[in-house]
Design a binder for this molecule. Sequence first.
Ligand SMILES: Cc1cc2nc3c(=O)[nH]c(=O)nc-3n(C[C@H](O)[C@H](O)[C@H](O)COP(=O)(O)OP(=O)(O)OC[C@H]3O[C@@H](n4cnc5c(N)ncnc54)[C@H](O)[C@@H]3O)c2cc1C
Ligand SMILES: *[C@@H]1O[C@H](CO)[C@@H](O)[C@H](O)[C@H]1NC(C)=O
Ligand SMILES: *[C@@H]1O[C@H](CO)[C@@H](O)[C@H](O)[C@H]1NC(C)=O
Ligand SMILES: *[C@@H]1O[C@H](CO)[C@@H](O)[C@H](O)[C@H]1NC(C)=O
Ligand SMILES: *[C@@H]1O[C@H](CO)[C@@H](O)[C@H](O)[C@H]1NC(C)=O
Ligand SMILES: *[C@@H]1O[C@H](CO)[C@@H](O)[C@H](O)[C@H]1NC(C)=O
Ligand SMILES: *[C@@H]1O[C@H](CO)[C@@H](O)[C@H](O)[C@H]1NC(C)=O
Ligand SMILES: *[C@@H]1O[C@H](CO)[C@@H](O)[C@H](O)[C@H]1NC(C)=O
Length: 609
Amino acid sequence: MAILLTVAALTFAATSTWATLFTDPALLPNGKAYDYIVIGSGPGGSTVAARLSEDPSTNVLLIEAGPTGKDAQQIQVPALVPDIQSGSPYDWNYTIVPQPGLNSRALPYSRGKVLGGCSAINWMFWVRCPQDDYDKIADITGDEGWSWTSMLPFWQKVERLVPPVDGRDTTGEVDPTIHGTQGAVNITVPNVRFPTDEPVIGAAMEVGGDFQFIEDYNTGNPLGLAWLQGSTGNGIRNDAATAYLGPALSRPNLDVLAETQVTKLIQTGISLEGKPAFRGVEFAQSSSSPRYFRNANREVIVSTGAINTPQLLMLSGIGPSSHLASLGILTIVDLPDVGQHLADHPVITLVYNVSEPRDDVFTNLNRNETYADEALREWETNRSGIMTNAANSQLAFFRLPANDSIFETVPDPSSGPTAPHLEFIPLPGLFPFLGIPPTGYYLLTAVVVETPTSRGNITLSSADPFTYPIINPNLLGSPFDMAAARYAIRATDRYMSASAWDGFTTGPTPGLGITGVDLSSDAEVDAYAREHALTLWHPTSTARMGACGGGDGSVVDPDLRVKGVEGLRVVDASVFPFVPAGHPQAMIYAFAERAAELIQSGHRACELL
Ligand SMILES: Cc1cc2nc3c(=O)[nH]c(=O)nc-3n(C[C@H](O)[C@H](O)[C@H](O)COP(=O)(O)OP(=O)(O)OC[C@H]3O[C@@H](n4cnc5c(N)ncnc54)[C@H](O)[C@@H]3O)c2cc1C
Ligand SMILES: *[C@@H]1O[C@H](CO)[C@@H](O)[C@H](O)[C@H]1NC(C)=O
Ligand SMILES: *[C@@H]1O[C@H](CO)[C@@H](O)[C@H](O)[C@H]1NC(C)=O
Ligand SMILES: *[C@@H]1O[C@H](CO)[C@@H](O)[C@H](O)[C@H]1NC(C)=O
Ligand SMILES: *[C@@H]1O[C@H](CO)[C@@H](O)[C@H](O)[C@H]1NC(C)=O
Ligand SMILES: *[C@@H]1O[C@H](CO)[C@@H](O)[C@H](O)[C@H]1NC(C)=O
Ligand SMILES: *[C@@H]1O[C@H](CO)[C@@H](O)[C@H](O)[C@H]1NC(C)=O
Ligand SMILES: *[C@@H]1O[C@H](CO)[C@@H](O)[C@H](O)[C@H]1NC(C)=O
């Protein structure tokens, strides 16, 4: 009992703070005037709501479709992350359309539907992404404020580097001098050792090159193999709800309404410059339940993520007019790029057999109840043991060589020399959603195309807000993506052939690995990639940011205001002009921190028309 109380107290500051957390729209304080209404509680929305409510004279309402997830052990315990993908109580359970690049396979597409959004169910990789990505966004938008150097101070607000639970000396595993120490989100290097650590690092030392060991991948130049930094602290997941909303919930000027979906943004007037103002929101708990309405005095901030943000804009008459017309939705603002430019990271898995059962942590957790119970008990009692670790402890970022033949026909899509085209991730075991064979023990390796050139889209299938949108990330949909995947598969084979793996692995797993694949044949490697590719769940760019003015295919301006609309901003992964070459959550938190400052200061990058 004492243990459960501790968990609750760690999760949210104190029980009394839950007074401002509603799960029924009928109970929202009646006459309260909100200055800002923030929709969605992921890294975008929670960060903005928490920062705006620091001013006690500003009233903020945050609306989240999912449940609170309060006290959910699956969310809190890092190593339980494989259990909370699609099909959990905290997921939208989307499916993407059959993918031409994946032999027409349709895949489940995990998206968090819970306070914290995807950060409450994600794999906790903490990656700032390369310097050149920020600088390219600054170039595209004409706003130097988004550049790597300008954004550096925000890490002090976002990050708090804390020691791992095993208390070891972490010298050489992370560069503490570059990290925030007082920010909202705790981050750590792996909390305890995994059996794979020694061969992973050993093989990096041996192979070098693409896999050369580096101390810290968050310096702006991530190229090389390094220890993972994860969004955990004291053995517990940190997500947007626990890190940002939890501490803010005691404020009387912040109300959070969970289990309620915003169904439409409502036009409330016309600005002096003749733009429609969208400061109203309509929300409901289900398709059959009553609709509620609230207006924001100042602004509505849409942070519903790269899938639901374009959906909500289109449902509200903001989007491609011909598409909206086909569903009987009246276009109020014709913005052809809403829902377009969807980019995502394809990931290809290559499984290897391991000789010692103890080296496969995750198969053991899934197959051996005694082992899993003991590990969970250790987490509950002492906040120690393997349950405090996320699912992997290292990653590597690398580039296609400049002489790769793909560059004869395709220009380099990366933002610059610090940006990886590829990523490699080793994981100690297999996971239920990948299918664990009934016998045998495994090592999972995964390669990711970080700079895909293929683009998909989000479209509506209906004008009903409770009907799911059509999601097409177009994975492995371009010659560049295939060439990158091909190089990464061959690089993985090189790395896994290092003598550091002798005795640890016995070779690729039939059916799940490159057994029988002739690696010198492009056709065979491509066929393997198409059959084994999945998504890394990093959709972005469906309401992308551009420069002031029109005609550049963007949806929001450099201040993240929706173009042609007054009183409406987007702050989430949809605004990235391209998918960052890394895992996006850290960058979203940092962008949201700056967005909060832009909102508070009334900054106008673009002249009033
Ligand atoms: C399985 C998985 C693993 C991942 N692993 C990593 C990782 O290891 N590292 C990393 O950096 N990134 C990872 N990501 C990606 C990262 O978590 C997301 O990019 C990030 O959370 C996106 O933040 P966001 O604010 O844009 O939106 P989200 O986090 O998606 O939050 C949007 C919120 O809005 C809510 N919402 C949607 N529609 C409505 C509506 N109409 N009304 C009210 N609320 C609504 C949703 O329920 C959700 O809570 C992963 C994602 C997934 C799904
Ligand atoms: C997703 O599936 C799980 C398991 O069936 C369920 O509990 C959850 O409610 C589903 N999510 C939604 C949004 O329907
Ligand atoms: C982050 O770690 C600090 C220091 O250990 C702790 O006080 C704080 O509660 C943690 N934050 C979260 C959200 O867990
Ligand atoms: C299951 O785990 C327990 C506890 O760690 C261990 O003693 C036992 O040998 C394991 N059983 C198998 C079949 O691996
Ligand atoms: C917790 O830690 C104590 C002290 O190290 C140890 O004696 C105990 O066995 C641990 N409990 C569990 C469940 O691992
Ligand atoms: C690219 O250069 C490397 C080393 O300089 C060489 O080993 C490799 O064969 C070259 N590849 C191609 C496709 O020319
Ligand atoms: C890998 O394990 C599978 C069974 O799990 C077995 O059929 C196969 O022969 C093994 N391969 C190697 C190379 O060890
Ligand atoms: C979305 O993409 C599909 C597949 O490329 C295409 O057929 C469709 O026209 C696109 N929809 C819109 C509205 O752009």
